[in-house]
Design a protein around this ligand. Structure first.
Ligand code: CO
Length: 323
């Protein structure tokens, strides 16, 4: 998160706020570090059970992005008591609880407040060996960039709110958002990657920019190689573009350079502010084939090579139509 006060010095703090990483990591002893993250938001879809699943998968994702195993979770709940049926809340919590169980973690408590607008999410604590933390700060020139879920979720959920998305496309986007990044993280750990982050609110290019800045590298991205959900194009045609997506594009204007052959639609998608996106992995060339093979074996929603890390101005991204 940006605009935070600087952290107090602590020798056991392995990952703090300086590198805009996905979660904080704190060493307990030579073998164990705890990984902590918190995230909650307003409903992205109407179905309360699906919303619960998505919010939980999204919160758990930051733990996976650090190469950690989620251990415990706590519910964060805002709910308009007396205005919405309590069955709705029960379904949200059931969705969350099912995802926590799928992750192999355990729900240990939570906190709820009466609030006009419902919100749900989790604080999650995970565990990792201090020497095996995956951060966003160790990408190296020559690495390939691999993405494990398709893009377009922010645009499509905006389309759903406008009633222009088919029930099939809605089911597909719910499926994408509620899929855990567990398998992708396990493969990344087994193969050995240099850096990881998950793609969420700042969009693919925003999170890549943070990774590159933290790693003091630049990168090129091949827009046509990026996996994208089919129903995106129709939503863009009908101007269903989230405010966050447009803000991301303005924010990165002087950091991203697009080649002429990158379509306007793809430029929007690459900036799309999404919920519960995939992992973005920076993998050394000699491990790329084995990474892709194992991601495919584990049936991650995508296993696409979308660019390359390079030497150059830290944080800069050049986007080409194709490699
Ligand atoms: Co994250």
């Amino acid at each position: 998160m940006r605009f935070l006060p600087p952290n107090l010095e602590d020798a056991n703090l392995i990952v703090g706020m300086e590198t805009s990483d996905d979660a904080g990591v704190y060493r307990i002893n030579d073998e164990q570090a705890i990984v902590q993250s918190v995230d909650f938001f307003t409903p992205v879809v109407d179905d309360p059970y699906a919303f619960g699943q998505i919010a939980a998968a999204n919160a758990l994702s930051d733990i996976y992005a650090m190469g950690a195993k989620p251990l415990t979770a706590m519910n964060l709940v805002s709910f308009p008591v007396g205005k919405l049926n309590m069955d709705v809340l029960a379904k949200i919590l059931q969705g969350g609880s099912d995802k926590i169980r799928e992750a192999g973690a355990v729900l240990v408590g939570g906190h709820s407040i009466d609030d006009p607008e419902p919100k749900y999410g989790l604080s999650v604590t995970g565990i990792v060996h201090p020497d095996h933390v995956l951060s966003n700060a160790k990408a190296k020139p020559g690495d390939s960039l691999v993405l494990t879920k398709p893009l377009g979720v922010g645009i499509i959920t905006t389309g759903i709110k406008r009633g222009i998305v088919s029930p099939e496309a809605e089911a597909e986007v719910i499926q994408v958002m509620s899929t855990l990044n567990k398998a992708a993280a396990e493969v990344a750990i087994a193969v050995g990657v240099h850096a990881v982050t998950d793609v969420t609110g700042f969009g693919l290019l925003g999170h890549l920019h943070e990774m590159l800045e933290a790693s003091a590298c630049s990168a090129e991205v091949y827009a046509e190689a990026v996996p994208v959900l089919d129903s995106v194009w129709d939503c863009i045609k009908q101007k269903a573009i989230p405010g966050g997506t447009q803000a991301n594009r303005r924010h990165l204007e002087d950091k991203v350079e697009f080649a002429h052959d990158v379509s306007e639609e793809l430029r929007i998608v690459l900036h799309d502010a999404i919920t519960s996106g995939g992992l973005l992995l920076s993998v050394p060339e000699d491990r790329l084939d084995s990474l892709i093979k194992q991601l495919e074996e584990h049936r991650t929603l995508a296993a696409a090579v979308i660019g390359k890390v390079q030497k150059g101005v830290p944080g800069r991204i050049a986007v080409f139509g194709r490699a």
